[in-house]
Design a binder for this molecule. Structure first.
Ligand SMILES: [Ca+2]
Ligand SMILES: [Ca+2]
Ligand SMILES: [Ca+2]
Length: 253
């Protein structure tokens, strides 16, 4: 885990009515900091529907339903290259993909998720959720605890992050998933359909002794993710409307 980059139940019709909530209680210091500093400004909202196959490959059609954003990734030795972040979810999981073309010995992608909804990240922040993936295949599921970001497993929690990395020539793909509601109370986010939360990505290229970091959208701003409505939730609504129409028709007879 890196300093400053804290490194995710079956759905039902009833879950459609869930509202933004966090299982992580915000500490009083974080609340005070939010009052003093204010939340980081949000730049954009990313949202999309789909289910990814975590294999380090952006297969044709796989991420077509995702929301995406491009940003300049800092290169070892100077300069930048375009990187693409893709975001989508299905009924149970959030999927994230980072892709770019860059040479390095190893790569990291880490997301801090504003699980307590106060818009604050890093530093003395408390109760954010963090997920990450390294090019060695290792995943990180941690949570912000003051100035530290311990792994969930160091606090009796569970690693609920899956990920895959692949590199072909210089083309790098990192794919991650994290449950929308893992049940790992106190360590993970818990979001449902149409919930919106802030996040920040940090990406790292390593070629010892050089280590180069990039942030999306930046170290001082955040983007937001909106959890897409579940397809079955929409189906539930359609079926409910149909049932009401049939009942009304029967009542008129
Ligand atoms: Ca894939
Ligand atoms: Ca976590
Ligand atoms: Ca966890």
């Amino acid at each position: 885990m890196r300093d400053g980059a804290i490194e995710g139940p079956p759905s039902s019709c009833a879950s459609e009515s869930r509202t933004v909530r966090s299982r992580l209680a915000a500490g009083s210091l974080a609340a005070l900091a939010a009052l003093l500093l204010g939340p980081a400004p949000a730049v954009a909202v990313l949202s999309g529907s789909g289910t990814a196959t975590l294999d380090g490959v952006l297969a044709p059609g796989e991420w077509d339903g995702a929301g995406s954003a491009m940003f300049p990734l800092n290169l070892i030795g100077g300069g930048t290259t375009p990187a693409t972040l893709r975001v989508m979810n299905d009924a149970t999981d959030l999927y994230l993909a980072l892709s770019f073309s860059a040479e390095a010995l190893s790569y990291d992608a880490d997301f801090e998720l504003d699980a307590n909804g106060d818009g604050l990240f890093g530093g003395a922040q408390t109760a954010d959720d963090g997920i990450g993936l390294s090019s060695n295949g290792g995943t990180r599921d941690n949570f912000r605890l003051g100035l530290t970001a311990p792994l969930d497993t160091e606090d009796g929690g569970t690693n609920d992050v899956l990920g895959a990395y692949a590199k072909q020539n210089s083309d790098v793909v990192l794919e991650l998933s994290h449950p929308l509601d893992s049940g790992d109370v106190g360590h993970d986010m818990a979001f449902g359909p149409s919930d919106v939360f802030a996040f920040r990505l940090s990406a790292r290229l390593i070629e010892s002794p050089d280590v180069v970091d990039s942030f999306y959208p930046s170290q001082s701003t955040v983007d937001q993710i909106e959890i897409a409505p579940e397809p079955e939730a929409a189906l539930c609504g359609a079926l409910a409307s149909l049932a009401l129409a049939l009942l009304a028709r029967r009542a008129r007879r």
